[in-house]
Design a protein around this ligand. Sequence first.
Ligand SMILES: [Zn+2]
Length: 391
Amino acid sequence: MNFEKLNRDDVRKDYKLIKTRLNEISISKHVIEKINIEINNIKLILKNIVTIKIHGSFATIGLYKIDSDPKIDLLGIVHLKQSMFDVYENEIDSYEHFDDCFICDYNKIVYEKLFEMYKNNDEIEVEWQNQTISGNLFQDNIIISVKIDGKIYKIIYRSCLSSKKIYKLICVRNVYRRSFTLEYVRNYKILDKLLLKKLSFLFYEIYLIAKNNGYNKMKLLYMKLAILSKLQWFIQQNNIYMRTWTSSLFKMFFTKNEVVESLFTTNDFYNKNAKLITKIYRNVKFKKFNWVYHGMFPDLKNFVIEFTKYAEEHSSLRNVGVENNERSIYFIYDINAYIINQSKSKNILVHNWEKKIEDSGLKVTKKYIYPDNTDIGTFMLFAIYYHMELI
Ligand SMILES: [Zn+2]
């Protein structure tokens, strides 16, 4: 894609600054390696029981040298049939807990395995912890304390249930809750890459603000979530760069008006198997919007000023109890593009697809993006959002 409108020197200068800064604040490569070795050992010993995924700070370059109590979060995923998953999900509203709860059972099995594995190791300690989350919510954690260069790094393990749905289910002793933590990591990684690590840089600033003001962990997390959600939403709102981007795609793939029109003559809409269309759709996925993000946030300093201010304002809304929409966090699950011809004929495929999303409880927004030359077609972008629940 064409980058000529960007000032390459500025981008390079910012990127160099970001890399230097991240090197200064991040825990050393040697420590990261040691932690990864231990995570791999844990994965190996539990491989027939659960699938291990990393979430939290360690997964999002958010573990810093100045942390006095560094933690690494692991999820042990138990895959369930959809019908069984639904049984557990239905209990969220009832506040019931099964006596033979899978999650609690798996925690016990995993604890025994890990305890056995490390019992003769003087450097590593395994313990069971009941942690208070908030009010009367408790969570069972398994903590693997690893000593590296005289400092204790705590690897925290929890079990969760998984199905085809985008969230997992966790057990907060006697109550079930949805967990979006892996989706958070996925969205973070995509955005950080699109923004050439500007997000990692910004999150350290946010971390310092929280530390200096004595904000709790929940408020810090909320500030970060608000930023991610807002960054995604900008794609929906932005016309200038999205329009240039889609116009370039149109020009690249459709050299003549007739090409678009001919797509509709055979099938009213489009033939999904056609190679050309597949290529275009692959370029309209969220992770392909590098150029759009570079254009929208060319300057590191302004980016940090704008979003630290936004995070502070948005998180104080949460404190004063502003309800519903204003403090809700929405995330993009996926973006789908459809090409429409001049007459904007709507197709049955879209209706079916909308229905499916509605059944899953996801929210869909539509956006029309017109290329420079409106004589050819139009892109219609469907962004699928989900509401992120916070415990
Ligand atoms: Zn349980």
